[in-house]
Design a binder for this molecule. Structure first.
Ligand SMILES: [Zn+2]
Length: 292
């Protein structure tokens, strides 16, 4: 426990100790509810964590089960198309950048809708796979996308990214420079003010030390976006249609307490029930915003 004062990265108010979980302290903002892991993990700890995670964690699960995750990506595309259609537009002809694009599956859907797609991804194995389906369109880079110093995009997406970053403000500053005025961003991230988060407290699966550093609320995300010239146009709960087996395996890394709790019941499920695709909601949000 520490007595140092911590100021919220979104609104500047004081963050107070909320709980302790797996060797980390979690601080919550008194004004906007933003939750941060403190002290922040070092870049070396983060590097080490991702190397281990990629070989043995959810990334491998995602890679092996890519086809089953497609309905989730299609949901993101529908959220974007909904906003574009309000302006009488579509993805056709739009330049799109997906930051943290993994194997490029979200980009491939948008390419099929006629978009001019580009991606950046840190994990080299994922970059290689992405370039098989999108030759030359996916670059290995961190989220600050230094490979795109002059290009601007109509649409930028970053799903499951911002909660992993040490400095989301710096990242949003970069995104602002990369998106055209009037352009759109779509992001997905856990919502630490959701009912799930409030009920489960520290056992809420997105409280995953090192992996997730900043757990936004609608209010904190809106504040940080506005500081970077974005206006939120739509916020929605993120329901994911996934096989029961996929969600069960995901709990191995996110929410190990649930994994242990569910194990006996899961063992009794017949195969068809394990493979059933159901809508799941664990308290994540999808936010669409426009660059002012
Ligand atoms: Zn705050």
């Amino acid at each position: 426990m520490t007595s140092t004062r911590h100021d919220c990265i979104a609104c500047g108010a004081e963050q107070r100790l909320a709980f302790h979980y797996r060797n980390y302290d979690y601080f919550r903002c008194r004004r906007c509810g933003h939750v941060s892991t403190l002290p922040l993990p070092t870049p070396e700890q983060i590097d080490q964590h991702y190397k281990a995670q990629f070989m043995d964690g959810n990334y491998l699960l995602l890679l092996n089960d890519r086809g089953r995750y497609m309905p989730v990506y299609e949901g993101f595309v529908r959220a974007l198309e909904k906003e574009l259609s309000r302006k009488g537009e579509s993805l056709a002809g739009k330049s799109v950048l997906d930051i943290g694009c993994f194997a490029g599956d979200l980009l491939a859907i948008m390419r099929d809708r006629g978009a001019d797609v580009w991606g950046v991804e840190l994990q080299s194995d994922a970059v290689a796979i992405a370039n098989q389906q999108l030759p030359g369109r996916v670059l290995q880079s961190d989220v600050h996308c230094t490979e795109f110093p002059v290009m601007q995009f109509d649409v930028i997406t970053f799903t499951g990214v911002i909660e992993h970053l040490l400095d989301p403000a710096r990242f949003l500053g970069r995104v602002r420079d990369l998106v055209k005025p009037g352009g759109l961003i779509l992001l997905q991230t856990p919502n630490s003010a959701s009912l799930f988060a409030r009920v489960l407290r520290k056992y809420w699966p997105p409280y995953a030390p090192v992996e997730h550093i900043h757990l936004f609320t609608e209010r904190s995300l809106r504040a940080l976006l506005e500081q970077h010239d974005f206006r939120v146009v739509e916020t929605s709960q993120h329901w994911k249609k996934l096989p029961v087996s996929y969600v069960y395996n995901m709990f191995r890394n996110f929410g190990p307490e649930f994994h242990r709790l569910l194990k006996p019941a899961y063992g009794l499920l017949p195969r068809f029930a394990r493979e059933a695709v159901l809508p799941f909601y664990i308290g994540e949000m999808i936010v669409v915003a426009t660059r002012v």
